[in-house]
Every structure is written in C-alpha cells, then in structure tokens.
Ligand binder design. Structure first.
Ligand code: HXC
Length: 257
C-alpha cells in the first residue's frame, strides 16, 4: 500500500511508519491521521508484526495538528467533523508502538507520542503543548495523558504557559522512556522494537493491555484484569515452551500460539 503523507516499511517483524510532510514539519492534517491510522491497523492485523515504530524527520517528529487546516473551523465543525477521533483507533492497536522522536513534538505531535507505549527521544527532541498560544487547548489527549505521565503540576505548567521542554527535562519528568544521541535514535528504536517483536505475541498483547488498564482504571480493577490476563497466558503453547526452555537452559522458540 502507498500513502500520501507517510512512508511505511516492514523490517523483520517490525512495522515502520515515517511521517513525511517535511514542508509542514509533519503537521498532522486529516490525511496524516487517515494514513497513520490505516497503516497502524494494517500492521496490527498482521501476525508477522510484533512491534511498530512511528517516527518523523530529524527536524520534527510532528509540529502539531495542522493549524492551516483548522484555523477557519467553527466549534461545531470540530465536533461534527471528528477531526481527531480516529486517533483513538491508533491508540487502541494491540501491538506495542514505539515513538522515535527527534526535533519538535509539539501539540498534537506530543499527543501522538503519548499515544505510543514507549517514547525514545533524540537529545534534540523538544516536547510541549503550545495550543494556549493559539487561544485553544490540547485536543488529542494532552491534558489527560500528560498528567498521567508527568503529574499535575508539571503538566499544568506546560499546558498553561505553552512552553517547550527539551528531551533531558522530558526524561526527568517521566514523559520519555530514554534519551539517546540523535544519530543513534533510529537504530535504538529498531533494537527495542526487535526485542519486543522476538517475544511471544499473546504475552506482548496481554502486557500492553494490562499496562493500558492501569492508565484507565482503579487499582483493584487493574489488579483483577492483570490476574486474569496472567492466568490466561498459561493456556498458550509459548508459556509451556518459555518455561521449559528456562529449565532446559536453552533459548525459547516461540510460535505465537
Ligand atoms: C501547520 C505548520 C505547523 C502546524 C509548522 N508548520 N508547524 N503548518 N500546522 N502545526 C509549517 C510552517 O507554517 C512552515 O510552512 C513550515 O511548517 C516550517 O515551519 P517554520 O515555522 O518556518 O519553522 P521554524 O521557524 O523552525 O519553527 C518551528 C516551530 C514552528 C517552532 C515548530 O513551526 C511552530 O511554532 N509551529 C506550530 C507549533 C504549534 O503551535 N503546535 C500546536 C498546534 S495546535 P510555511 O509554508 O508557512 O513556510 C495542536 C492542537 C492539537 O496541535 C489538538 C488537536 C485539537
């Protein structure tokens, strides 16, 4: 499949999505949303894919939702057109998604990174929710996911002032999984993705689902979900294989069954 605004590629068991609107610093217009969601769902439906990487360019992961596309809309247009709703489908893929962020991750760009499971940042990365400077607010999760990542006070400062924070600060705050030198970002993202893709798929899906549950529900509910998911994995052949391999001091050979 070919897309208008992204490049896709399969390397081994990893699906790569590269945002490709350099003229707009990868601003997320409706076409980008459509392309990214379609590509992510296609990878998600493919048993041969065990992890997805989303990345941008050296200069920008994504500089936000497309301001030019939305500047003339009314409030009703924004609601009825559901300009951002489809991103929920991206956030809902079963397969772990790694955001490899270099340069600007602002507004919707920061929010897209936060829909991913792991955020690897180049030391050049810049994160922020500058919507307040446009007299609006984050609209793709920036007030909700950011608080869960960095806590209320850090999130409130960022959302209310619109200031941008560098990769180091984002890592300290807990928004970023790890910072790496810019030149190593894609290699490192590939390694992390390969590692995840080498595991047994049912256990990877269960782990992501349980982690997601922690973001959404009470501790008691989450623990119940975790216990169920944990137990269900004991009915997979891969669990028998993984534990047998440990006892026989050899590498496991997983089939995803
Ligand atoms: C549309 C954008 C854009 C955006 C950059 N461009 N960001 N177009 N939407 N979000 C375009 C510029 O207009 C310009 O095109 C080209 O990309 C290069 O950008 P420059 O501004 O010339 O680059 P630079 O001077 O290096 O500044 C980089 C920047 C700045 C600091 C990232 O572009 C910037 O502040 N962008 C907007 C950041 C922002 O406010 N994001 C939040 C958007 S609101 P032309 O053709 O004009 O030269 C949002 C809401 C999300 O994300 C929630 C959904 C409701």
């Amino acid at each position: 499949t070919s897309y208008e605004t992204i490049l896709t590629e399969t390397r081994g068991r990893v699906g790569w999505i590269t945002l490709n609107r350099p003229e707009a610093l990868n601003a997320l217009n409706s076409q980008v949303m459509h392309d990214v969601v379609t590509a992510a769902e296609a990878f998600d439906a493919d048993e041969g894919i065990g992890a997805i990487v989303v990345t941008g360019s050296e200069r920008a992961f994504a500089a936000g939702a497309d301001i030019k596309e939305m500047s003339d809309k009314t409030g009703l247009d924004m609601l009825m057109g559901d300009h951002f709703g489809a991103w929920g489908r991206f956030a809902a893929v079963r397969t772990p998604v790694i955001a490899a962020v270099s340069g600007y991750a602002l507004g919707g760009g920061c929010e897209l990174a936060m829909m991913c499971d792991i955020i690897l940042a180049a030391d050049t990365a810049q994160f922020g929710q500058p919507e307040i400077n446009l007299a609006v607010i984050p609209g793709m999760g920036g007030t909700q996911r950011l608080i869960r990542a960095v806590g209320y006070y850090k999130a409130a400062e960022l959302v209310l002032t619109g200031r941008t924070m560098p990769a180091e600060e984002a890592e300290r705050a807990g928004l970023v999984s790890r910072v790496v030198p810019a030149a190593e970002l894609l290699d490192e993202a590939g390694k992390v993705a390969d590692t995840i893709a080498s595991k047994s798929l049912p256990s990877v899906f269960a782990a992501k689902a349980a982690l997601d549950a922690a973001m959404e529900t009470s501790l008691a509910e989450g623990l119940r979900f975790e216990r169920q998911a944990f137990a269900s994995l004991f009915d997979t052949a891969d669990q028998k294989e993984g534990m047998a391999a440990f006892r026989e001091k050899r590498k496991p050979d997983f089939t995803g069954r």
